[in-house]
Design a protein around this ligand. Structure first.
Ligand code: ADP
Length: 490
C-alpha cells in the first residue's frame, strides 16, 4: 500500500509530545511491512535539523490557493531516521512556521489549515495518489474535508482517509474565516450540525468534528480511551459526533518505537542493558545521580517525565514529590509547560528544593536527559487525570522502570497492579490507583516504595515482567493495516 501521513510532528525532528512519536513509530512499522510511506510536515524554523538527513529542495514554487490569492511554498525532502519526509515552507509575510515554536500562536488554526491545504496541493501537483492518507489531531483534521469537498473533483477521488485523534481537548476551533481562506467557502453549508459546526457553539467551526464527519475511519489511541470519549466527559463535547459515526470509530493502542526506545542500544545512556543484564541499569542510576547532583544512597528514585499541564495531574505530581521525599525515596522531575502559572509554580518548587540532596527538578524539554531518567529511575509516576494512551509508561516498562499510574485511558490498558490485578502474576507490571486523589495515589506509592525496600526480589520480578511485555508497533501496526485494507476499496 502507498500511505501518506500528514502531520504536525514527526519525532525526533519535530516533537512536542506523543503525537510525534506515533507518526514516526507507525511510519517505520508500516515501512518495515513493505508499504510505501511518506510523511508531509511543516518546515518549522525550530525543528531539530540535526535529525534530518540529506535535506534538499524537491519542489520549488508550489503555489497554494489561499483566500483570493496564492502563497508560494518551497517543498523540501529529507530523511528523519530513515522516514521519507517532505517539509512545506510557505513564503508569506505571516511566517507561519517561523515562530520559534510548534504551537501556541494566536493564529494556529490559520497556520495549520494552510499547512493542510498546502499538503493536498503538493500531492495534487506532484501526482501523489496514495491509497491512504493518515492524518493526526486537529492540526490536520481538515484534510478529509478538503479532500472530499474539493480535491476529489480535481482528480483525487480514490484516496481514503484515516484520522487519528490523540487528544480530544484540543479540537481546532475557528470562525468561518477558515472556510474562506481554504477555499471551502459556503458557511451556510459547512456551518451545519452534520458537518463542521461545533456542537456547543453555533458561531464556530470545529476541525476535529470535521475530521470525524468526513474521514473514512477514525481512531483514537487506546481502546479504553475510545470508550471514555464516547461515554464520559473526556470527549470534550465530541461524544455525540462519535456516536453518530461510531461504526467507523475504534481505539488502537499506540505502539512504542522499539528501535528508538531500546535500553540495549540506547546511545544516550552510559550503560546499555536488557532484561538479562539488569545489574547494568544501576550504572545509569549512578550516572543520573551524578548528572543531577543528587545523593548516592540506598533509596529508590521515583521520576516524573511529561508536559506540566492540568491533564497530567499537576497537583498530584507536586504531592507525589513530597510524599516520595517523606517516605525515603528520591524524586526527579523533567517537564515543561505552556501555561506560565504552572511553569512558575514548578520553578518556585525547584528553588525551594534546591538544596535538597534527594531531588532534582529540570524545567524544560530535554530528549537526551529523558532517556537517562527512564534508564536510571526505579519507578515512574503517571498521575494523569486523562491519558488517551500515554507513552511514558510504555517507555518506562521497556526500561525496567516500574510505573505507578492512575488507571485511565491507555494507562488502564497497559499497566497491571502488582497486588490487585486479575492478570497472572507474571503479567503484573506496576502499581495503579483508581481515583486521582491524594490518598489513592499515596496508597500506590506506599506499596511501591515498600516493595522496593523490603522485597527486592519481588520488585525485580515486576521489572522483568514489564520489560517482557511487547508494546512495540508490531501488534498495532497490523491493526492499522487492517483498517487501511477495510476502507481502501470502499
Ligand atoms: P503527551 O503526548 O500527552 O505529551 P505521552 O505520554 O503520550 O504524552 O508522550 C510524551 C512523550 O514526550 C514521551 O516520549 C516523553 O518521554 C516525552 N516528553 C514529555 N516531556 C518531556 C520533556 N520535558 N523532556 C523530554 N521528553 C519529554
Amino acid at each position: 500500500m502507498y500511505i501518506v501521513m500528514i502531520a504536525s510532528e514527526c519525532a525526533p525532528a519535530i516533537k512536542a509530545g506523543g503525537l510525534g512519536d506515533v507518526v514516526s513509530g507507525l511510519s517505520h512499522e508500516l515501512a518495515l511491512r513493505g508499504n510505501a510511506i511518506e510523511v508531509i510536515l511543516p518546515k518549522y524554523d525550530n525543528m531539530r535539523y540535526d535529525h534530518v538527513w540529506d535535506l534538499h529542495i524537491t519542489y520549488e514554487d508550489l503555489w497554494v490557493p489561499w483566500y483570493n490569492h496564492q502563497i508560494r511554498c518551497t517543498v523540501w525532502f529529507g530523511f528523519v531516521h530513515g522516514r521519507k519526509c517532505f517539509f512545506i515552507e510557505p513564503h508569506s509575510h505571516e511566517g507561519f512556521f517561523n515562530r520559534g515554536t510548534f504551537y501556541g500562536c494566536p493564529d494556529d488554526t490559520v497556520r495549520f489549515s494552510f499547512f493542510t491545504k498546502a499538503a493536498l496541493e503538493f500531492m495534487l501537483k506532484t501526482n501523489k495518489r496514495p491509497d491512504i492518507i493518515h492524518t493526526h489531531d486537529w492540526q490536520t483534521a481538515l484534510t478529509p474535508v478538503l479532500l472530499f469537498e474539493l480535491y476529489k473533483h480535481y482528480g483525487m477521488d480514490k484516496q481514503r482517509v484515516v484520522h487519528t485523534i490523540h487528544n480530544f481537548k484540543h479540537q481546532g476551533i475557528a470562525t468561518d474565516q477558515i472556510l474562506w481562506l481554504t477555499g471551502l467557502g459556503r458557511p451556510e453549508y459547512y456551518m451545519h450540525q452534520d458537518r463542521l459546526l461545533d456542537d456547543f457553539n453555533s458561531k464556530v467551526i470545529n476541525f476535529t468534528k470535521g475530521g470525524i464527519v468526513y474521514a473514512n475511519a477514525i481512531t483514537t489511541v487506546s481502546p479504553q480511551h475510545a470508550w471514555e470519549v464516547q461515554n464520559t466527559d473526556q470527549g470534550y463535547g465530541l461524544g455525540h459526533a462519535l456516536h453518530v459515526h461510531n461504526v467507523k470509530f475504534q481505539g488502537v493502542l499506540n505502539g512504542l518505537d522499539y528501535d528508538m526506545w531500546n535500553p540495549s542500544k540506547d546511545i544516550y545512556i552510559p550503560a546499555q542493558y536488557d532484561v538479562d543484564s539488569l545489574e547494568d541499569k544501576y550504572n545509569n542510576k549512578k550516572a543520573l545521580r551524578d548528572r543531577l547532583l543528587i545523593e548516592d544512597n540506598f533509596r529508590p528514585i521515583i521520576a516524573f517525565i511529561g508536559r506540566l499541564d492540568q491533564q497530567k495531574g499537576v497537583h498530584l505530581i507536586r504531592h507525589a514529590l513530597f510524599y516520595a521525599l517523606e517516605h525515603g525515596a528520591q524524586f526527579v522531575l523533567l517537564g515543561s509547560g505552556t501555561e506560565k502559572a504552572i511553569n512558575d509554580d514548578f520553578l518556585g518548587l525547584k528553588a525551594q528544593l534546591n538544596d535538597n540532596p534527594n531531588c532534582h527538578l529540570e524545567i524544560g524539554y530535554n530528549e537526551e536527559l529523558a532517556h537517562l531518567i527512564y534508564a536510571g529511575a526505579d519507578m515512574m509516576i503517571v498521575p494523569s487525570l486523562f491519558e488517551p494512551c500515554g507513552l511514558v509508561q510504555l517507555i518506562s516498562l521497556r526500561y525496567g522502570t516500574v510505573p505507578i499510574v492512575h488507571t485511565v485511558g491507555g494507562l488502564a490498558d497497559t499497566v497491571f497492579d502488582y497486588q490487585h490485578s486479575d492478570k497472572p502474576l507474571n503479567k503484573r507490571n506496576g502499581f495503579i490507583f483508581n481515583q486521582p486523589h491524594y490518598t489513592n495515589m499515596e496508597d500506590a506509592m506506599y506499596r511501591a516504595i515498600h516493595l522496593w525496600f523490603d522485597q527486592a526480589s519481588e520488585f525485580r520480578k515486576l521489572i522483568e515482567n514489564g520489560m517482557r511485555y511487547d508494546y512495540s508497533w508490531n501488534h498495532s501496526g497490523q491493526q492499522y493495516i487492517d483498517i487501511y485494507e477495510r476502507i481502501r476499496h470502499k
